[in-house]
Structures are given as C-alpha cells and as structure tokens.
Design a protein around this ligand. Structure first.
Ligand code: ATP
Length: 242
C-alpha cells in the first residue's frame, strides 16, 4: 500500500497486480470507483477486469460474454491503470478462478504479486468454489467493505473449516495464511449501484444515465440489451462456482 500506511511488504516481486473478476452484466460506476480506490490504496500497478464466463443455461439474464467484455473495454477507456482480460471467456466450458490465478502467475513468471479483488458479498461465496482452500495458497485477496463498517472479525471472513490456517496481523490489518498470502479488508466508497438495478431499469424503459459511463449507456441502447426481463419466476443466479 502507498502513503503512510507502511503496509507495502518486500516480497521480492516487482509489481502488484489486481485481478477483479465479475459478471459485469453490465459494468457500472460502482465497479469502476471501487477498483480505482483499491488500486490507489494497495499501490497496484494495474487492475485487470476479468469478465467471467457464464453458461447460457445457468443464468437467463446474463448477456453474451462478448457484449459484457466490450462494455468493460469501453468503461475503462482512458484509465491507463485498467485493463481487461478475456481469459475466462476463451476457455471452453466451465471457467474456474483458480485456473485464472494460475494463468496470471504463469504470465508474470513469479515477478508480480497478485491480489484477487472482490466485494464482501462475493467473498462469502468462495466456500462453494471448486477446491476453494487452494485459493488461499495461490494469491492474496482484497475484500472490499463499506467504510465505517466495524472491524471485520475472523469468524465473519474466514470459512470456519480453515480458520486455523490464518492468523490476524494487526500492523497490516489483514489475515495471514500459512502459505504467507494475505486476506486484506479494505473500505471503499459505497455507491449503491448494482447491475441488477441497471438491467431492471433498462427493461422498464427507465434512464440509466449516471449509473454507468456514457459510452456503456450508448452501447446498451445501440445493441438493445436488457430490453426483456428474465423469465418470470426464475430467480437470478450467481455465476458458476469458482
Ligand atoms: P448483479 O447485480 O448482476 O449481481 P454485481 O455488480 O453485484 O451484479 P458482479 O458484476 O459479479 O455483480 O460484481 C463484480 C464484483 O464487484 C463483486 O465482487 C461485487 O461484490 C463487486 N461490486 C458490485 N457492485 C459493487 C458496488 N456498487 N461497489 C463496489 N463493489 C461492487
């Protein structure tokens, strides 16, 4: 991390890279602002947005990965710290985050320290990911929380069956895994925007201006996306586990 926090560790790695996975259906200002704040706070040299592959039968209201990826590209235009990766979209069949982390480890040849960025809501779902304990031996995590939220307790954050593998590190305000990787919690400015609300608004013919970047708004209108709501009675589902 930068500034006076003194939390930047000497890990022997040259750069710190954030991996921000999500459905991005569509990307909105909440995603962008929180990525910017995390980049600054953790002194990341770049944040890579990674739209996840969602099998069409899994979630009725997730539009094609090409559209989601195209909107991320538009949204991050002009920010030289932001990149997009279509790695999860290229892999045929199910995509697993653990494979994505391994992919980026391979690309960096051990020169980059990786931080997997996610909201607290998404982090709580990690225990249903495939081989989830392996994640904590594979990279650092940054879990975004709301400012002013009370100190996150281990019991709230660390899955019960592996809590013995972590110790609290007050100086760095993180939990350290036996592998040496850390789970950080970091408050971000709460922008109460969700992709769900944007899709619902579009379907209802309402304006989504100031919820998404202008070029994303135009893309949605130009391609007539989200005009119809998901099948009635069908509950929105989360992307495939892990
Ligand atoms: P949906 O409403 O379709 O569930 P979502 O925005 O909650 O969409 P994703 O696109 O998968 O879901 O979100 C990617 C990541 O961004 C997740 O880790 C999520 O916690 C985080 N996130 C989502 N909305 C916000 C927001 N307004 N501010 C900060 N982080 C967010």
């Amino acid at each position: 991390m930068s500034g006076s926090s003194g939390l930047k560790r000497d890990t022997g790695k040259n750069t710190r890279v954030g991996l921000f996975g999500g459905t991005f259906n569509p990307i909105h200002w909440g995603h962008l602002r929180s990525a910017e704040e995390i980049r600054e706070r953790f002194d990341l040299s770049r944040v890579i947005f990674i739209p996840v592959h969602v099998a069409p039968h899994k979630k009725a209201d997730v539009i094609s990965s090409e559209h989601r990826c195209a909107m991320v590209k538009k949204a991050i235009r002009g920010n030289s710290f932001f990149q997009v990766s279509d790695i999860e979209l290229q892999r045929p069949g199910k995509s697993y985050s653990i494979d994505t982390i391994r992919h980026f480890h391979g690309l960096s040849r051990g020169q980059e320290e990786l931080f997997f960025i996610m909201g607290m809501d998404a982090f709580r779902e990690v225990p249903v990911w495939k081989d989830y304990p392996a994640f904590f031996s594979a990279c650092n995590f940054i879990v975004m929380t709301r400012p002013g939220a009370h100190d996150v307790q281990p019991a709230e954050l660390i899955p019960r069956d592996i809590e013995k593998e972590f110790t609290r590190q007050e100086r760095e305000q993180c939990f350290v895994h036996t592998s040496g990787y850390r789970i950080y919690t970091a408050p971000v400015t709460p922008l109460d925007i969700s992709s769900t609300v944007i899709r619902a608004g579009t379907a209802a013919g309402k304006s989504i201006r100031y919820l998404v970047p202008r070029n994303v708004e135009r893309y949605i209108a130009g391609h007539q996306l989200y005009r119809i709501t998901a099948t009635p009675g069908r509950q929105p589902q989360r992307p495939p586990a892990g």
